[in-house]
Design a protein. Structure first.
Length: 387
């Protein structure tokens, strides 16, 4: 199928795969007593259910009760995503939990496949080597995100659709797509700053309007059900921050070194990222190319994020992975082998560490390793995207 043709075949393949997996899992759960664990999906379903009923989705007590009813024995986990995320999860909260979970996993799988396909179309110079799209599922963070029932694949979809829309100068659509990245805005905070600077420089008010329009709508829907939802969210951040979770970030490292109980120390890690963005923007602003700049913005944002950057969040970095991979077919065999070894080592190390160590802080090496590999390979393949 030519890359410029309508992706009907891709859509049919994705739908067929989703239906096949859904039917298989449904049959297993219904006949053999096998049931998929909810893992992180429980927080999204619980928050969506509470908000749809007009209750506080950021209430620890209410969330804990729902999660206990679903069989969760570990301490209750809140949905720390901003209120506009509730518009996404509320439809799932209206469904029975097993049905909602199955639908969530099927959609997440579709997102990974679609994002890999669109990124290949964006970054492939001659639309060859379509097999590179398998990196979308072969990437261990993708498998972790699927297994955990995480919301992170939606961020990848947002970044991908943003780039796809910008490449076609569909500015309002690009702004709307960026709202998905706002599900976890701290993981792409440098993207938001660069976007604002670029929109002002290029006078792209349509992009800003598209983002504000969809973002506002996604905020008004939960407000309609719970007028105090933003107040509840801010109260949770101020008084009950997720300090009990040691995310693999430089911010957590600062907090562990100086004062574990002072969660605000984690935000200091953003200072190096902000200082990096200033010369990066000044250097590239006159010839700014979102397709070329997005990988570094995401990598440095994740590296210096105040919180998060969990292994499943690294699925967002598929943008950088495929940006490099699509350049490799035109490179020397030595560079291709080096890239393959890097990719294999990172994925094997990640898989082994997950199997042997459940302390998420142990994954603090992941983003720096991916950034280093990206810089080395972009330099070796003479991409204009290197920093």
């Amino acid at each position: 199928m030519n890359a410029e043709q309508s992706p009907k075949r891709l859509v049919l393949m994705i739908v067929g795969l989703i239906l096949a997996i859904g039917l298989l899992v449904w049959q297993l759960q219904g006949t053999s007593g096998i049931s998929l664990p909810y893992y992180d999906f429980v927080e999204y379903w619980s928050a969506g259910r509470l908000c749809s009923e007009g209750q506080n989705p950021y209430s620890h007590e209410l969330i804990e009760k729902l999660e206990r009813d679903l069989g969760r024995e570990e301490p209750a986990v809140l949905m720390w995503n901003p209120p506009w995320t509730l518009t996404l999860v509320m439809p799932f909260g209206l469904l029975p939990p097993r049905v909602a979970h199955l639908l969530w996993l099927a959609i997440s799988l579709a997102i990974l496949l679609l994002s890999a396909e669109l990124l290949w179309r964006l970054y492939s110079t001659n639309h060859s080597h379509r097999w590179l799209t398998v990196l979308g599922l072969a990437f261990v963070p993708s498998l972790i995100a699927l297994t955990a029932g995480q919301i992170s694949p939606w961020l990848l979809l947002g970044a991908t659709l943003f780039l796809f829309a910008v490449s076609r100068e569909q500015w309002m659509l690009a702004g709307m797509a960026s709202v998905l990245l706002a599900i976890k805005p701290h993981l792409s905070y440098l993207f938001w700053l660069a976007l604002l600077l670029w929109c002002i420089q290029e006078r792209q008010w349509k992009l800003i309007f598209g983002g504000l329009l969809l973002g506002g709508l996604c905020s008004l829907i939960p407000i309609w059900n719970d007028p105090d939802v933003f107040t509840s969210y801010l109260d949770a951040l101020r008084n009950r921050p997720p300090a009990e979770y040691d995310s693999p970030t430089l911010g957590t490292l600062l907090r562990l070194w100086f004062d574990r109980d002072n969660f605000s120390l984690q935000y200091l890690s953003m200072i190096p990222g902000l200082l990096w963005l200033i010369p990066y923007w000044l250097r590239h602003r006159r010839s700014w190319d979102w397709k070329a700049r997005m990988p570094m913005l995401l990598l440095v944002s994740m590296l210096t994020a105040a919180y998060g950057a969990w292994p499943f969040d690294a699925v967002l970095l598929l943008v950088a992975v495929l940006a490099v991979a699509c350049r490799l077919p035109d490179s020397s065999f030595k560079i291709q082998m080096s890239a393959g070894v890097m990719y294999l080592l990172i994925n094997v190390a990640l898989a082994l560490l997950i199997a042997t160590d459940q302390r998420y802080f142990s994954f603090i090496w992941l983003t720096p390793a991916m950034l280093l590999c990206y810089l080395l390979l972009t330099h070796a393949t003479e991409q204009p995207a290197h920093a």
